[in-house]
Design a protein around this ligand. Structure first.
Ligand code: BGC
Length: 348
C-alpha cells in the first residue's frame, strides 16, 4: 500500500512509497481506511530534518498525525464498519510517569512518550492504519470533509480546559479573549472561544486572503496591527504564532489576573532585546499567569469532537484552503502563501 515517509534527520527525504507493508496487528484491533491527513508546521520541521524519530529499528517514519479515516473492521465492537474515526496522536510513556500512569499523556514528565507520525510511532499518511480502541475517536458522520481538524482542535480543547482550571484559582468572570495568529490553531481556538460566548479578538499580519472573513464569520473582531497597539486588555490570551516579539507583547498585554496560554512552538535561536524585569514586575503585581500547552489526552479529543460537531460545517470547510491528492504529495507539503490548512487526500 501507499505511505508518505521520511528518514528523520535527513532533510528532504520525503517520499511516496508504493510498497509499504500493511499495518501490523499489534498496532491495534481496529483496521481503518485512511481518508485524509492534515499537514502542519510539525510536518514541515520533520521534512526539514530538524524533528521526528522513526520507530525503533526502522529507518523511515510514516508522516501524518492529523488523521481521518473510515473503520473497515473493529472486532472489539467499539466502533462500527463505516464509522468516521481519528487516531489520538500521543501514547503514554512505558515507565510510566505520574501523568502517563493516569492517561494524562499530554502532560508526560519524562519525555519518553511516543507520537504517531512524529516520534517513534508510524503516522496516518498511509492507505490503511490500525489503532487500539482507547486511542480511536469516533466522529459525527457530518464531519466527513473536515474531521482531520480534530487533532488541532484537541490541542485547543486542552488549552481551554487548562485556562478554565487556572481561572478557578479565584473569582473569575472573563469577558474578552485575544488570539494571536490566525492559522488553524488560532482560528480553532477562536471558534472554541465563540462557543463560550466570550468577546473574541484575533490578531494576525494578513490584511487580505480568507483570514479576516473567517474571523468575522465567528462574530469576532480581526486586528492586523501589533499587539501593543490594541486598545483593550484581554482577560485571556491564546498565543498561536510562536513569534518571539508577539509572544512577549501578548504577555505584557493581558489584563490584571489575566491568563496567557502559549501554544506556538518557536524555532528558537533568535534573540531580542527585552526588559525581563518589567515583565516580571507586571506579572507579579497583576497576579497574571503565563503557561505553555501542548498535545491533548483522550478527554480533550472527546471535547474537541463535540465542539466540531456543534460548529458551522461550512466555516470548518473554509479552513481547508487546499486539498491535494496523495500523488501530489510534494506540492501538498510545500507551504503556500495563502494556506491555512492543507489536506492530503488519501482516497485519490
Ligand atoms: C502536535 C502535538 C504534538 C506536538 C509535538 C504538534 O504538531 O499537534 O500533538 O504533541 O506537535 O510533537
Amino acid at each position: 500500500m501507499r505511505a508518505v515517509t521520511v528518514t528523520p534527520g535527513v532533510p528532504n527525504s520525503l517520499r511516496l512509497t508504493e510498497e509499504w507493508p500493511e499495518p501490523a496487528p499489534e498496532e491495534g484491533a481496529i483496521l481503518v481506511e485512511a481518508l485524509a491527513v492534515g499537514i502542519c508546521g510539525t510536518d514541515h520541521e520533520i521534512i526539514a530534518g530538524s524533528f521526528g524519530e522513526a520507530p525503533p529499528g526502522q529507518e523511515r517514519l510514516v508522516l501524518g498525525h492529523e488523521s481521518l479515516g473510515r473503520v473497515i473492521e473493529d472486532p472489539t465492537g467499539t466502533l462500527q464498519p463505516g464509522d468516521l474515526v481519528a487516531g489520538v496522536v500521543r501514547h503514554p510513556d512505558p515507565v510510566p510517569c505520574l501523568n502517563c500512569a493516569v492517561d494524562e499523556w499530554d502532560m508526560c514528565r519524562n519525555g519518553q512518550y511516543t507520537e504517531h507520525g512524529i516520534k517513534a510511532l508510524p503516522g496516518f499518511a498511509r492507505d490503511r492504519w490500525r489503532i487500539q480502541p482507547k486511542f480511536a475517536v469516533g466522529l459525527d458522520p457530518a464531519l466527513a470533509r473536515v474531521g482531520m481538524l480534530l487533532e488541532p482542535t484537541s490541542v485547543v480543547a486542552k488549552a481551554w480546559e487548562h485556562i478554565e482550571r487556572i481561572g478557578q484559582r479565584a473569582e473569575w468572570k472573563p469577558q474578552s479573549v485575544l488570539v494571536t495568529g490566525a492559522g488553524p490553531v488560532g482560528l480553532l481556538a477562536a471558534l472554541l472561544a465563540s462557543q463560550r460566548g466570550l468577546s473574541v479578538h484575533v490578531l494576525d499580519r494578513a490584511t487580505s486572503g480568507p483570514k479576516p472573513e473567517l474571523v468575522a464569520a465567528l462574530g469576532a473582531t480581526y486586528h492586523a496591527v501589533p499587539v501593543s497597539q490594541l486598545d483593550f486588555e484581554p482577560d485571556i490570551v491564546i498565543e498561536a504564532t510562536g513569534a518571539p516579539a508577539v509572544v512577549l507583547d501578548a504577555m505584557c498585554k493581558a489584563a490584571p489576573t489575566g491568563i496567557v496560554c502559549l501554544t506556538g512552538v518557536s524555532s528558537g535561536g533568535r534573540t531580542i532585546d527585552f526588559d525581563a524585569g518589567a515583565l516580571n514586575r507586571a506579572l507579579v503585581l497583576e497576579n497574571n499567569v503565563v503557561f505553555g500547552s501542548v498535545n491533548a489526552n483522550r478527554r480533550h479529543w472527546d471535547l474537541a469532537a463535540e465542539a466540531l460537531a456543534r460548529a458551522d460545517q461550512s466555516w470548518l470547510n473554509s479552513l481547508i484552503t487546499r486539498r491535494v491528492p496523495v500523488g501530489g504529495y510534494a506540492e501538498a507539503y510545500t507551504p503556500g502563501p495563502d494556506d491555512i490548512k492543507v489536506v492530503l487526500d488519501l482516497t485519490a
